[in-house]
Design a protein around this ligand. Structure first.
Ligand code: SF4
Length: 257
C-alpha cells in the first residue's frame, strides 16, 4: 500500500563521522522498502517502521522542504541517499522523487552518495555525472551466500566466490568494494530473518540461535581467512576497499561501486 505523509524536516545531519561513506547528511524520501531483502536491518525496532515490507510511505512535501533546508546548511558535505531504504523504490518510476532531489543537489553543488540495488539508477546517470563534477558515488549492494554459510554444506567454494566477485567487479569498472563478512541480527529484524530461513530450510534458524545467541553482529565463519583473500585480490587488481570520500576541492567524476 502506498501512503502519503507530511514531514517537518527532511535533511538530517549525521552525528559524528561516517567512516563507511563519509556522509554529512542523510536524505530519505520514502519510508519502507519494497525490495524486501530478508536480512534488512531497517526492520529493527529502533527505526519504528511498521509494515516495512508492505507499506511505502511517501514524504509528500520532501522536495519542497529540501529546497528550503539545503541553502541553510553551512557546511557542504556528502548527502547520502538510501540509508534506510532504497531510493529507487518501484513507485519512483512514477513519482520521480529521487531524480528531482538529485536536480536540487545539482542546483546547490552538493556532493552525493547513493546506494541502491535497482537498475533504475541508470535512468539518472546523466545527472549523477553532472553532480560528479563536485562528487558523486553510486554503490551497489551485492549480497552473497556468506550469511548462509554456517550450516549450508553446499556452499563450499567461498574463497573462489570472493575471488570471482572481485574479478567481475574489476571487469565492470568498479573503483571500490566495501566488504561486510556477515550481517546484523537484532529484535524483530532477527525474528523476520529466522522465519524466512525456516520457510526454505526448516529448523535452520535453531543453528543460528545456537551460534549467534543475542549478538548484534553475526560474522561469517572463517571471515578472517575470507577477508585476507578479499584484500589480497583487491590489492592485486587495484580495487580500493574504502570509498574515496568527498573532499572539498576534489571532484571524483562518475565513481561507481
Ligand atoms: S534494498 Fe536496502 S533498505 Fe531495501 S530491503 Fe534491501 S537492504 Fe533493506
Amino acid at each position: 500500500m502506498i501512503k502519503y505523509i507530511q514531514v517537518k524536516t527532511i535533511l538530517n545531519t549525521v552525528k559524528g563521522s561516517d567512516d563507511w561513506f563519509g556522509l554529512k547528511y542523510n536524505l530519505n524520501l520514502y519510508r519502507g522498502c519494497t525490495h524486501r531483502c530478508i536480512y534488512c536491518d531497517s526492520r529493527s525496532e529502533c527505526y519504528q517502521i511498521e509494515n516495512f515490507d508492505h507499506d511505502i510511505i511517501v514524504k509528500e512535501n520532501a522536495l519542497e522542504l529540501l529546497q528550503k533546508e539545503l541553502p541553510k546548511k553551512r557546511v557542504r558535505g556528502t548527502v547520502g541517499f538510501g540509508s534506510m531504504n532504497d531510493p529507487y523504490q518501484h513507485i519512483e518510476k512514477k513519482l520521480n522523487m529521487t531524480v528531482r532531489a538529485l536536480e536540487i543537489m545539482r542546483e546547490w553543488d552538493m556532493p552525493v552518495h547513493l546506494i541502491t540495488k535497482s537498475n533504475l539508477v541508470l535512468r539518472d546517470i546523466r545527472i549523477l555525472k553532472e553532480i560528479g563534477k563536485i562528487y558523486s558515488a553510486v554503490s551497489f549492494t551485492i549480497t552473497t551466500g556468506i550469511t548462509l554459510m554456517p550450516v549450508l554444506p553446499f556452499i563450499t567454494d567461498t574463497e573462489d566466490n570472493i575471488i570471482s566477485i572481485v574479478e567481475k567487479a574489476k571487469e565492470y569498472g568498479a573503483k571500490y568494494i566495501i566488504p561486510a563478512f556477515g550481517m546484523t541480527l537484532r529484535d524483530r529484524q532477527r525474528a523476520y530473518y529466522y522465519d524466512r530461513l525456516d520457510e526454505k530450510f526448516p529448523g535452520l534458524s535453531d543453528k543460528y540461535r545456537a551460534k549467534y545467541k543475542n549478538y548484534y553482529s553475526a560474522g561469517a565463519p572463517g571471515y578472517k581467512k575470507l577477508s585476507k583473500v578479499f584484500y589480497e585480490k583487491c590489492a592485486e587488481l587495484g580495487i580500493l576497499t574504502k570509498i574515496p570520500k568527498y573532499n572539498a576541492g576534489i571532484g571524483i567524476q562518475g565513481t561507481l561501486f
